[in-house]
Write a protein that binds this ligand. Structure first.
Ligand code: CO
Length: 463
């Protein structure tokens, strides 16, 4: 049996280890070799890369994608898309979602990995539909979490729902790295015997489960795994590409990976890692194993956010109380998966409940919006008393929040006028208005300063 590998060094490893600050110029020279290594796909766009390009790196994210596509001729390029939220945290109207997917496909994305934090698939339907219309590969995600209401039957139902949406494949997304090997085995087994499309697994090395979880998943029939080239693997990143390749080969599985090329890719990234460590962009701490997430059953990233929040309020002595309160708030909200933005929402409310000395004395706007149904349907039953407290006699919305949003693309395009040079610019602006505006203005300055750079780029990357 063959196992497919998705390389994450350009996106998730970049995001998890160096806060997505790897500029295009740092990895430009390795793209052609990445193309030859035999990966099933290269995850290289979406997630935080888009925001980071505009905000910190003075790069046009669309241009980055086109440049990658220009050098990576054969391997499939993959992006991570947050369904109706695209790359942000709010819901966008359908016309914007369709335009975004269409332009991402036209600029080079082959595989759209699409998820919704609540596994409310009404929030990924439009993105999936547009992906299919563009003739690209739609991969539907199930966000993995554990709770008294999440069990194998429920996950199988979600898998079948995704299959009926017409997606080409399913990805189980364990963003916190909390899935144990036996859980992976049982889950992949259950899905593989109930759906016909390929099943991929995405996890992180955070808790140390990563590599063993992948091995057991493959034993259960998992079609593909996400890994990072070894120098950018481990800790909050993915398990190492090479290690998984060698281990699976020993076990009798085949992969399309070329060991010699993997070695050269790693040799390229090693000094880059050293550079990031010495510039303090990469904190070696995040490359270690952190098992607290298993004890508290909350993701490592959420735990460090909580600690930062309590430190800022001089309330570290309340940490234990907040950690006890967190699962209670999560239960009150119907056990949402603790992925962005739900992890922040639950954590902040739990801290408020403890610090104010009274549960739900203050309720954040995010929790209120969630209870009104603006994020989608809660996975489980919401605490009715809390619901009444927030909504009074008002009923939570049962339709899709995006149905209440008016089309936006053409209006914004007109507003921007010549500041936006393309539809892609309009989409950047809709996604991150202030940051894109600043980027557009700086772009004009930059170009007038460096005419030669502009000419070189046009020669090296013709459209
Ligand atoms: Co991830």
């Amino acid at each position: 049996m063959k196992v497919n590998f998705t390389e994450t060094v350009l996106r998730d490893a970049n995001q998890s280890l160096v806060a997505t600050r790897m500029p295009f110029s740092d990895f430009e020279k390795i793209l052609e070799l990445l193309d030859k290594a035999g990966y099933y796909s290269l995850e290289c766009w979406g997630g935080a890369t888009f925001d980071s390009c505009l905000r910190y790196l003075s790069e046009d994210p669309w241009e980055r994608l086109r440049k990658i596509r220009y050098k990576v001729k054969n391997t499939k390029l993959q992006m991570l898309l947050r369904g109706q939220n695209l790359l942000g945290y709010k819901h966008y109207p359908d016309d914007v979602v369709r335009k975004f997917v269409a332009h991402a496909a036209q600029n080079g994305i082959d595989i759209f990995r699409i998820f919704d934090a609540l596994n409310d698939f009404r929030n990924i339907e439009v993105a999936v539909d547009e992906t299919l219309k563009q003739g690209a590969h739609a991969q539907g995600c199930i966000c993995y979490t554990t709770s008294p209401i999440h069990n194998l039957e429920k996950y199988v139902v979600l898998g079948k729902q995704l299959e009926s949406l017409g997606v080409h494949s399913i990805c189980i997304k364990d963003m916190a790295g909390i899935m144990g090997p036996q859980e992976a085995y049982d889950l992949i087994r259950a899905l593989k015997s109930n759906v016909k499309i390929p099943v991929f697994l995405h996890t992180h090395s955070t808790t140390g489960f990563g590599p063993i979880t992948y091995v057991k998943a493959v034993e259960a029939g998992c079609d593909g795994i996400d890994t990072a080239i070894s120098s950018f693997s481990g800790g909050t990143s993915q398990p190492a590409t090479e290690s998984l390749h060698y281990a699976l080969k020993q076990m009798g599985y085949t992969t399309d990976l070329d060991e010699k090329i993997l070695k050269r890719i790693n040799d390229f990234f090693k000094p880059l890692k050293a550079k990031y460590v010495s510039s303090a962009l990469l904190d070696p701490f995040v490359m270690g194993t952190e098992t607290d997430a298993l004890v508290y059953q909350i993701p490592g990233g959420m735990l460090s956010n909580l600690i930062a929040q309590l430190k800022a309020q001089n309330a570290m002595d309340k940490l234990e109380d907040v950690l006890i309160e967190t699962p209670k708030v999560r239960k009150d909200l119907g056990y949402p998966p603790l992925v962005t933005p739900m992890s922040q929402m639950v954590g902040v409310q739990a801290a408020l409940n403890v610090l104010s000395g009274e549960r739900y004395k203050n309720i954040t706007n995010e929790v209120k919006a969630y209870l009104r149904g603006e994020y989608g349907k809660a996975p489980g039953e919401v605490n009715q008393e809390l619901l009444r407290k927030v909504l009074g006699d008002e009923k939570p919305m049962t339709n899709r929040f995006a149905d209440t949003l008016a089309p936006e693309f053409e209006r914004v395009k007109k507003e921007l006028g010549s500041l936006a040079r393309s539809d892609e610019d309009v989409l950047s602006y809709i996604a991150f208005p202030q940051i894109a505006d600043k980027f557009f203005k700086e772009r004009i300055e930059r170009e007038s300063r460096s005419v030669t750079y502009t000419i070189r780029m046009k020669e090296e990357y013709p459209r």
